[in-house]
Design a protein around this ligand. Structure first.
Ligand code: MN3
Length: 206
């Protein structure tokens, strides 16, 4: 079974003015689509691998034959990362999280402001293309960054929340000002969705 490109769960202009319409259209319709297409191409003739949920395919990346492994890391990672990214953003979002996620962020990072600074910092310091992540690793919340489309699933971590710092995610509106994009990004975070991912991850179901 082939992997499919998910639709945005809101209109392409729904995240204005923080993320512009054209960026959303190109990002989902071309970049994410290319990851899905290239993943399916890499897995042609590999029915057993291609039938796995994307998260499982990445967790079990060492079962992928060497000849197609890097293509699966890049494009499978790209597919999983972007599917999460659309889901954890939304219109009329932002603000602060609540519930168990908020409690555990405070317990782990002192307070919400410190947490935001560390997520931004991980994104600003990621040289070239990649992601800044909040993951659940060995039962603990942790902020990490990854290069390219490398997925936290590949190292046994559960991605609770991630922000794309590839230039294609912000360049049309923010040009070289990645820190400004990362500041604005908090206005579109759908904390309900992030909290749901956290609950799933704690239950071992993400
Ligand atoms: Mn991207």
């Amino acid at each position: 079974m082939a992997y499919t490109l998910p639709n945005l769960p809101y209109a392409a202009n729904a995240l204005e003015p923080h993320i512009d319409t054209m960026t959303m259209e190109i990002h989902q319709g071309r970049h994410h689509k290319a990851y899905v297409d290239n993943l399916n191409k890499a897995l042609e003739g590999q029915a057993a691998l291609a039938s796995k949920p994307i998260e499982q395919l990445l967790r079990e990346i060492n079962q992928v034959p060497e000849a197609i492994k890097q293509a699966v890391i890049n494009n499978g990672g790209g597919h999983a990362n972007h599917s999460m990214f659309w889901e954890i953003m939304g219109p009329k979002a932002g603000g602060d999280p609540s519930g168990p996620l908020a409690d555990d962020i405070k317990a782990t990072f002192t307070d919400f402001a410190t947490f935001r600074t560390q997520v931004k910092d991980a994104g600003v310091k990621r040289f070239g293309s990649g992601w800044s992540w909040l993951v659940l690793a060995d039962g603990k919340l942790k902020i990490v960054s990854s290069a390219n489309q490398d997925s936290p699933y590949m190292t046994g971590q559960a991605p609770i929340m991630g922000v794309d710092v590839w230039e294609h995610a912000y360049y049309l509106k923010y040009q070289n000002k990645r820190p400004d994009y990362l500041d604005a990004w908090w206005n579109v975070v759908n904390w309900t969705a992030v909290g749901e991912r956290y609950a799933k991850a704690k239950a071992g179901k993400l």
